[in-house]
Design a protein around this ligand. Sequence first.
Ligand SMILES: [Zn+2]
Ligand SMILES: [Zn+2]
Length: 346
Amino acid sequence: MPKMKAIAKTKPAPGAEIIEIDIPTPGPDEVLVKVLATSICGTDLHIFEWNKWAQNRFKNLPRVMGHELCGEIIEIGKNVENLKKGDIISAETHIACGHCYLCQTGNAHICVNGSILGVDINGVFAEYAVIPANNAWVLDKRIPKDHASVMEPLGNAVHTVLAGDIAGNSVLITGCGPIGLMSIAVSRICGATQIIATEINAYRIELAKKVGADLVLNPKEEKIVPRVLGETRNLGVDAVLEMSGNPTAIRDAFEALRPGGRYSILGIPDKPMEIDLGKHIVFKYATVQGINGRLMFSTWHQTARFLSSGRLDLAPIITHRFSLDEYEKGMELMASGNCGKILLYP
Ligand SMILES: [Zn+2]
Ligand SMILES: [Zn+2]
């Protein structure tokens, strides 16, 4: 059996290891891909650092980490008809069962029997990976391979931005990690007329300005609510896109939302938190929505179109490139916040 290198979680503790394992064999409905590029997601950092969520969720070690990729199909399972060897793909990372109530009603992204690549099954921080054929997204040749690896998190941004009105709207984006930055860029090309972002890391504040935020506020240096109200004629913003998971940022953004506005939440707080339901949601007549994953596959169509049109430029958001062996450097950088998206090359 030929072997490959992979980055795996081998024990229930912080860190990861480079291991040598058999190159996997695709099942009848799967494809084998040679990984051309992969990227580090916040989820990977949680698994690497071994936070509470990872401890509860990440089972059956050793497990190959990573879920974002661009790869070339080198082998196809016997039932696969729509893909061929040589296709360059990205992949949806939520693997849906296809037959539960949610899958049957157009909500496969929240399938009750779903599993996640690189979390529940072996992932893509490896030289080769097996992907369910249904999850492969064949790339338009106009999309650079580097950018294909980040289509999955970009899909989160697209899903959040387009979950309500955006054209002609003022928007507050709380948190400028990679998906926050992407949300700024997507909001801009979708016609948001005023983009205010909040962020505490100096490196990311600069990136946020570069990708199109009109104003970036640092909550460590000034009070967010009066500034946002001041910028919106005392009304508040039409939309909030929450990307930080930070309880103070979340509560401040409710204050800064105009009555009748929409509040879309992608950020995940570490633990349960309090909000003033009456004041911030009921009397405010706010529409609050949780955003999970990407719609399968309408978000992918939108994301691919944004990229192949050339209107959306991810180049400023992809800030670092390392070899897969240097994954620890990437994890450290992610933890520091002094980066946008980090790519790893096997
Ligand atoms: Zn991801
Ligand atoms: Zn399902």
